[in-house]
Design a protein around this ligand. Structure first.
Ligand code: CP
Length: 278
């Protein structure tokens, strides 16, 4: 099986992945004797390193593909690259590419792909780790109010979170610089407020960074209006003092590094699910 998009997963499968990830976090050990290849054609810190950490904890045989040193530089396609690695005995691939639905021509049913991000479309492992973090906080991912603030138009994190939380009757409201409404005016309504960076690599639009935080970000003024027990999140990388004031780095509502921590365990659960279904 593949995990390409949140829409591939039912609500029950999402809850099972969160439950499995919690078990891993609580010390459950599982070993998978399989090779796995990480093919990241777009930069990554959190997703790549936490998939590698997850694979190490599962005792897997790990192959990290370096695009800049590979025959992609000679014009070989991603499809051919994967077929060649398959011929060497690798069947499970974690892939990130700027190409939406990069897997569409890979028809070999023996190949399993875990999508680590495709263009502006999907980032399923991020939405799952966000859901795990929210579940830990509230004991549920149902009937919550979630705001996602920033460059939502170019964000695969936004889209995958909308796909996920809509399965649980939770409301996700997007706030971008195009909206008349501001997060500051409505921040008191939300259980979770998630900030996104400006995805500069995906468009040419210029922002005035000097007043961005005041207009669209989280700061000492608007955080004081947040509900008791509410939290703020960010998928990373964070541009401190743009999306979020740097003086809120140690604020008790900050769950950003908890998201990163949970990313290892949710990715262990995803890999285990895929490998059990091969
Ligand atoms: N959240 C996220 O996808 O971060 P990276 O780009 O560093 O993997």
């Amino acid at each position: 099986m593949n995990i390409l998009s949140i829409s591939d997963l039912s609500a029950n499968e999402i809850l099972k992945l969160i439950s499995d990830a919690m078990q891993f976090k609580n010390g459950k050990i599982s070993k998978i004797e399989r090779p796995i290849a990480n093919i990241f054609i777009e930069p990554s810190t959190r997703t790549l390193m936490s998939f590698q950490r997850a694979q190490n904890k599962l005792g897997m045989e790990i192959y990290n593909f370096s695009p800049e040193k590979s025959s992609l530089t000679k014009g070989e396609t991603l499809d051919d690259t994967i077929l060649n690695l398959y011929a060497m005995g690798m069947k499970v691939f974690v892939v990130r590419s700027s190409e939406p639905h990069y897997w569409k021509n890979i028809t070999n049913k023996d190949i399993a792909i875990i999508n680590a991000g495709d263009g502006v479309i999907n980032h399923p492992s991020q939405a799952l780790l966000d859901a795990m973090t929210i579940f830990e906080e509230f004991g549920t991912i149902e009937n919550l109010k979630i705001a996602i603030v920033g460059d939502i138009e170019h964000s695969r994190v936004f889209k995958s979170n909308v796909d996920l939380f809509s399965k649980f009757n939770s409301t996700v409201v997007g706030y971008s610089d195009k909206e008349i409404k501001s997060i500051t005016d409505e921040i008191e309504n939300y259980d979770v407020v998630m900030f996104l960076r400006i995805q500069h690599e995906r468009h040419d639009k210029k922002y005035n960074i000097s007043n961005y935080n005041e207009l669209y970000g989280l700061n000492e003024n608007n955080i004081s209006k947040m509900k008791n027990n509410s939290i703020f999140m960010h998928p990373g990388p964070v541009n401190w003092d743009v999306e979020i004031s740097s003086n809120l780095q140690h604020h008790p509502k900050n769950r950003i590094l908890r998201q990163v921590e949970n990313g290892v365990f949710i990715r262990m659960a995803m890999i285990e699910k895929v490998c059990k279904n091969m």
